[in-house]
Design a protein around this ligand. Structure first.
Ligand code: ADP
Ligand code: MG
Length: 623
């Protein structure tokens, strides 16, 4: 039997290895930036075109490479950073595997220009798909420039697998941010398609965070410091009131390396316990220094996870350091032994949220008008429900006061549907049935119950309203632009640079729903008009949820982007479970639901209503 096992040729082995190291343009960015830092650069420029799909270039002013090294660096397992197995447990560099450049060169067109300080001339090498194309001496500045073009040119399947430019660029920015946050003393610039996105001069940690995430970040930050044998902690946490809906501002660095750790994240969350609204995420930028021999970085090929020797102590120290900072900066209540006990909260109030004293006022009470209250019920115009289904907050509040007053009697009141606006055959325009068909009740502040010809209709108010709003927004974005309500004073909202960049992508679609953006710059967005269905106080939450929902979902194309916007806005703005609805609101909602193209399901594929037939009920009574 002949031997059948052969060693793979290098270029094939490299291509296979590349699959591990290079998933997308951002992976190349990470490797090249880390190499520049390992080469002791103080100035690093990142240039990308088309989110890195066409070109990625990293230019540094580091130590450079001699002629032989310039050639050798493309070999697999060629590294200057470790020599012995023991070195793996005492790492002081980012790289150590010696496989990044070999992998990148196997799947792209690469050009290397490098020169060491003491040399006259530098080296210029061109390599394509692991094949050396040319090598020559050249006059170059000190340092190294790697130019990576046409990523995955020889693996079409991988190239096709790449996401839209928006998504890929977001990954690139993520990597850039992580490296820039870990090394504030290094000058970083990022240029995308010819325009400068970030210019981060050498600075301290705080200034770097602010430069990256926008000027308003400064006031959010509270410093954290702790110094123990096991770990030295420094950095910043965000004040609880600035907590976000997403986890974009959560960073751990261990020995200057960005890492992810669900365990340490949990330590932080437990320190914030009781200080955050549900679902909110605190910002944190925490730098941990531990002895290199107490961690193992080698457990994950892309190296964002590491193993700690003494994770439990680390957890406890981190948690108490964060708690301490929250307390020290008066962010959380602290124990104060000199306090006058007379000022203490009585025991039974402890742990309860403080409440503003509320005075209930009927804002519509007019002592000079006869029966004023009975005349306030607003008659919604027919046709477009979506904009006036739920009147503005002020109206809702007085209307609900009004409903509360007479809710006992209302439960049995008869309400007539505006039958011309009802589609579908759930509501028969049958004279005899009219009386029965027009009753709606609210059940558990959650369901709207109504009689229909065949039995009983139970509508989930939140899901039904999601469906109504979703169809409306989708139509606004794609077919018919919605009107906008002009704000008296433009609203300025602060977001991180990355979020604002994303918002720019969403801008055309959002404008169709009624938003008017006066300007989106590097730290804020100025809004002068909003959809008629949105209240001014809801704008920031709607946009924040939109960004966080879509960033997590990663929309692939404009259709799914628009769909995502409509879904997210519908979810944010739909009337919530627990809201008391007036008879007119209930009526409008049911009508609008059955005027929808797909009334049966919510945009998230949940049923919006169920029916119970008379026979079903009869059966229950004859069992
Ligand atoms: P690793 O970083 O794991 O050593 P790489 O494949 O990323 O492996 O790089 C191989 C070697 O090439 C490095 O060990 C280093 O000696 C050299 N090198 C890479 N990039 C640079 C750079 N920007 N400046 C100087 N030397 C570099
Ligand atoms: Mg490297």
């Amino acid at each position: 039997m002949p031997n059948i096992i052969q060693l793979l040729p290098d270029h094939v082995a490299n291509q296979i290895a590349a699959g591990e190291v290079v998933q997308r343009p951002a992976s190349v960015v990470k490797e090249l930036l880390e190499n520049a830092i390992d080469a002791k650069a103080t100035d690093v420029k990142l240039v990308v075109k088309d989110a890195g799909k066409t070109l990625i270039q990293v230019i540094d002013n580091g130590v450079g490479m001699g002629v032989t090294d310039a050639r050798l660096c493309f070999e697999r397992h060629a590294t200057s950073k470790i020599r012995h197995a023991e070195d793996l447990f005492d790492l002081h560099t980012k790289g150590f595997r010696g496989e990044a450049l070999a992998s990148i060169a196997a799947i792209a067109h690469v050009e290397l220009k490098t020169k060491q300080d003491q040399e006259e001339l530098g080296t210029h090498i061109v390599i394509e798909g692991s094949k050396f194309v040319s090598q020559e001496a050249a006059v170059l500045p000190k340092g190294t420039s790697f130019l990576v073009k046409n990523l995955f040119f020889n693996i079409p399947a991988r190239r096709n697998f790449l996401k839209s430019d928006v998504v890929e660029m977001r990954h690139v920015i993520d990597e850039f941010q992580r490296v820039a946050l870990a090394h504030p003393s290094i000058y970083f610039t990022l240029i995308h398609n010819g325009s400068e996105m970030f210019n981060l001069p050498s600075s301290n940690y705080r200034q770097r965070i602010v430069n990256l995430l926008g000027g308003k970040t400064n006031e959010k930050l509270v410093p954290v410091t702790e110094d123990t044998e096991i770990v030295k902690i420094s950095g910043f946490i965000g004040k609880p009131e600035f907590a976000k809906k997403n986890r974009n501002e959560q960073f751990f660095f261990v020995n200057d390396r960005f890492i992810k750790s669900a365990y340490l994240h949990h330590a932080i969350m437990s320190a914030y316990e009781g200080l955050l609204k549900e679902g909110n995420q605190p910002s944190y930028f925490l730098y941990l220094q531990v002895p290199p021999n107490t961690i193992d970085i080698n457990i994950h090929p892309t190296k964002t996870e590491i193993k700690f020797d003494d994770e439990q102590s680390l957890y406890a120290i981190l948690r108490s350091a964060v708690k301490h900072s929250l307390g020290q900066f008066n962010v959380a209540p602290v124990l104060d032994f000199d306090r006058d006990p007379n000022l203490d909260t009585p025991y039974e109030y402890k742990g309860k949220e403080s409440e503003m004293p509320a005075i209930q006022v009927d804002s519509n009470f007019n002592p000079f008008a006869d029966g004023a209250i009975t005349t306030v019920t607003k008659k919604s115009g027919g046709g477009s429900y979506a904009s006036n289904l739920f009147p503005k907050k002020e109206t809702v509040s007085w209307e609900s006061l009004y409903v509360d007053l007479k809710s006992d009697t209302e439960e049995v009141a008869s309400i007539s549907f505006e039958s011309e606006e009802v589609t579908g055959n759930l509501f028969q325009n049958d004279e005899k049935e009219e009386e029965i068909a027009s009753k709606t009740y609210q059940f558990h502040k959650k369901y709207i119950i109504s009689s229909i010809k065949s039995g009983m209709l139970v509508v989930d108010q939140n899901k039904a309203h999601q469906r109504v709003l979703y169809e409306q927004y989708l139509a606004n974005i794609t077919v018919k632009t919605a009107p906008s309500q002009q704000l008296l004073f433009p609203l300025e909202l602060y977001f991180s640079f990355e979020e604002l960049d994303f918002l720019k992508e969403l801008k055309p679609s959002l404008e169709n729903t009624g938003f008017v953006f006066d300007k989106i710059d590097k730290e804020s967005v100025l809004i002068s008009g909003i959809p008629v269905t949105v209240q001014e106080s809801e704008v920031s939450i709607v946009l924040e949820e939109l960004i966080s929902n879509l960033q997590n979902e990663v929309p692939e194309n404009t259709f799914s982007l628009n769909d995502g916007i409509a879904k997210s806005m519908a979810k944010s703005l739909a009337v919530k479970t627990g809201t008391i609805l007036t008879e007119r609101e209930r009526e409008n909602l049911v009508n609008a639901l059955f005027a929808c193209k797909e009334p049966n399901i919510s945009p998230f594929n949940r049923p919006t209503f169920v029916t119970l037939s008379v026979e079903d009920l009869d059966k229950k009574f004859t069992l």
